[in-house]
Design a protein around this ligand. Structure first.
Ligand SMILES: Nc1nc2c(c(=O)[nH]1)N[C@H]1C(S)=C(S)[C@@H](COP(=O)(O)O)O[C@H]1N2
Ligand SMILES: [Mo]
Length: 551
């Protein structure tokens, strides 16, 4: 059969090129409708709140539903970029589905619209499934679904009017041939509207896409601005601690170039959490509820918290997901109110054995209550390194309990403390199979020389950090090429809640490729085991090693 180009529409007489152009046009219609949908969703989120935006809601639900092994893989592979990778994946998937919905829509407009409706429904469900969600949170997704469906209907209708039913080429239309006349009758009631130029449709599609993208970016910017707490954070006047600590002695750091500083600058402190958008809490709206198995439930405002006696605590926080030699550990000087004093004021009842922290975004973190009350310096922290907590690290208040990984002790954006039992409640990570106690395992890492570094033969400085939080580090040993273990020089000990930095002079290093290994011994005398264990379910074990080339 021969192809008969229509007078105005075809970019060229060639059937294959015309078909490609139509296909691309249809896909573009889907993408434009998706952009319009997301733009509308972001604008609606301005009214409701950042985490109700469709992509954020779906992404947050995806994080919670991701099986633990996949989550571990993501953290291991993408590190702190895991959230960007997730969002990129969601946008890409949506773009593909939207393009397919566009292809569907030019043949069956209602089916294409239904895809967008389903998207909106999924987003609404995701938004409502978030902990503490309000009914209004589903609005941005519903708006997005409606706008997407309407847009794809309008654009698909325009597209169908560009070619007044050209006699289809056999290979082009065969499967749909039987349907075509019926369908055209239902959607294009006679008399058929005047045909319009292909260019018009293209322009409308591009304009829709641009408007949607602009609304999306603009909506996000406006929402960020509306819920911004930078000014409120800047306005926080931190009281002087009633128990100030002296500055750390310089001797805690073995002055080896390339070794990380003893105290981690706030900007470099690792961040691990499930928050796709940071909770932004104005301290004037914040209150901490202490309840559960207590005689006198409490509610404390931020001003009241700042009027409590504030203590300083130098402490090394680490993440259970940290691999051997990994970066998810940092040392900071916290400022905060003593957590045990507040719990005692509330009157902890007999039988309670778990303290559960709840964050504004619904995270739950459980700590053994006995440990919180055993005399260690557990804090409700309001500042790190002399600054109000950065928003990413829990502003305005988080808990800190030395000796535990972050996932069992360090609730950021803390709004609730519940005194309960392990039998009664499994917190977020425990429900996902992680160890319910989360005691920090002894760890040590080589930082200098860097992995695969080339160093000149002779004396080589090796240095790193080791931590066994709340037990303390008693010794660090280093060996080269599986030789005898040698004692490293430990820098000054600033306390058991802190990491300890160390150095070792490798005298007369000979040319060649060498493997350096490290292991630490905690203050109880337990030597770090050689056996490798993955972070799941209770923290990584094994010796860190690094390979260097001596030239
Ligand atoms: N609200 C909230 N608090 C949280 C988390 C979280 O996902 N949400 N993650 C925990 C984990 S796993 C760790 S390791 C620490 C990390 O704290 P940081 O990001 O300030 O380093 O926060 C803990 N507190
Ligand atoms: Mo963590």
């Amino acid at each position: 059969m021969t192809n008969q180009p229509t007078p105005s529409a075809a970019p060229s007489g060639h059937p294959r090129r015309r078909r490609i152009a139509r296909t691309l046009g249809a896909a573009a219609i889907g993408l434009a409708a998706a952009a319009a949908a997301l733009g509308a969703g972001e604008l609606a989120a301005y009214a409701v709140g950042a985490r109700s935006a469709p992509v954020i809601a779906v992404g947050s639900a995806a994080i919670d539903l991701t099986p633990t092994p996949l989550k571990e893989y993501a953290v291991r592979t993408f590190g702190t970029h895991d959230k960007a990778v997730l969002l990129g994946g969601i946008y890409l998937t949506m773009a593909l589905l939207a393009a397919l919905a566009g292809l569907l829509a030019v043949r069956r407009p209602l089916a294409g619209a239904a895809v967008f409706g389903a998207f909106g429904g999924l987003g609404a469900w995701a938004a409502l499934s978030r902990p503490g969600a309000a009914a209004a949170d589903c609005a941005p997704s519903l708006v997005a679904g409606l706008v997407g469906a309407a847009t794809v209907l309008i654009l698909a209708r325009l597209q169908r009017r560009t070619t007044p039913a050209p006699p289809p080429a056999a290979e082009e239309r065969e499967p749909a041939e039987g349907l075509e006349p019926a369908e055209q009758r239902t959607t294009d009631p006679a008399p058929a509207p005047a045909p319009i130029g292909r260019r018009t449709v293209l322009t409308a599609t591009a304009a829709t896409f641009a408007t949607g993208a602009l609304a999306g970016v603009g909506g996000r910017v406006l929402t960020d601005r509306r819920f911004d707490v930078t000014a409120a954070r800047d306005a926080v006047r931190l009281p002087a601690p009633t128990r100030p600590l002296p500055p750390l002695p310089a001797a805690v750091h073995p002055n080896v170039p390339g070794l990380s500083p003893f105290t981690t600058p706030n900007a470099d402190f690792y961040r691990v959490d499930t928050a796709l958008t940071l909770p932004r809490i104005d301290p004037r709206d914040w209150a901490l509820r202490i309840h559960g198995l207590v005689d006198h439930p409490q509610s404390i405002t931020f001003d009241q918290l700042l009027r409590e006696p504030l203590e300083e605590l130098d402490h090394t926080l680490s993440c259970v997901s940290n691999e051997v030699g990994g970066p998810y550990v940092g040392t900071t000087r916290w400022l905060g109110a003593a957590l045990p004093a507040l719990l005692r004021r509330a009157g902890v009842r007999a039988g309670a054995d778990q303290l559960v922290g709840r964050s504004q975004d619904g995270m739950t973190i459980g700590t053994p209550l006995e440990s919180v009350l055993d005399g260690r310096r557990a804090l409700l922290a309001v500042a790190m390194n002399g600054e109000a907590l950065p928003v990413a690290h829990g502003f305005p208040c988080r808990s800190v309990v030395p000796g535990f990984y972050g996932y069992t002790s360090a609730t950021k954006w803390l709004v609730e403390l519940e005194v309960t039992t392990f039998a009664a409640f499994d917190p977020y990570w425990v429900r996902r199979g992680w160890d319910r106690t989360g005691t920090v395992r002894t760890a040590s890492r080589i930082e200098v020389p860097a992995p695969f570094a080339k160093v000149p033969a002779g004396d080589v400085d090796v240095a790193g950090t080791a931590w066994a939080t709340h037990r303390g580090v008693a010794a660090v040993e280093v060996r080269v090429d599986g030789g005898p273990w040698q004692q490293a020089d430990l820098a000054a000990d600033a306390g058991p809640d802190l990491w300890r930095q160390w150095s070792y002079r490798w005298a007369g290093a000979p040319p060649g490729t060498h493997r350096i290994e490290v292991r630490a011994t905690d203050a109880a005398g337990a030597v770090q085991p050689e056996q490798r264990a993955a972070p799941f379910p209770a923290g990584a074990t094994g010796w860190h090693s690094t390979v260097v080339t001596v030239t």
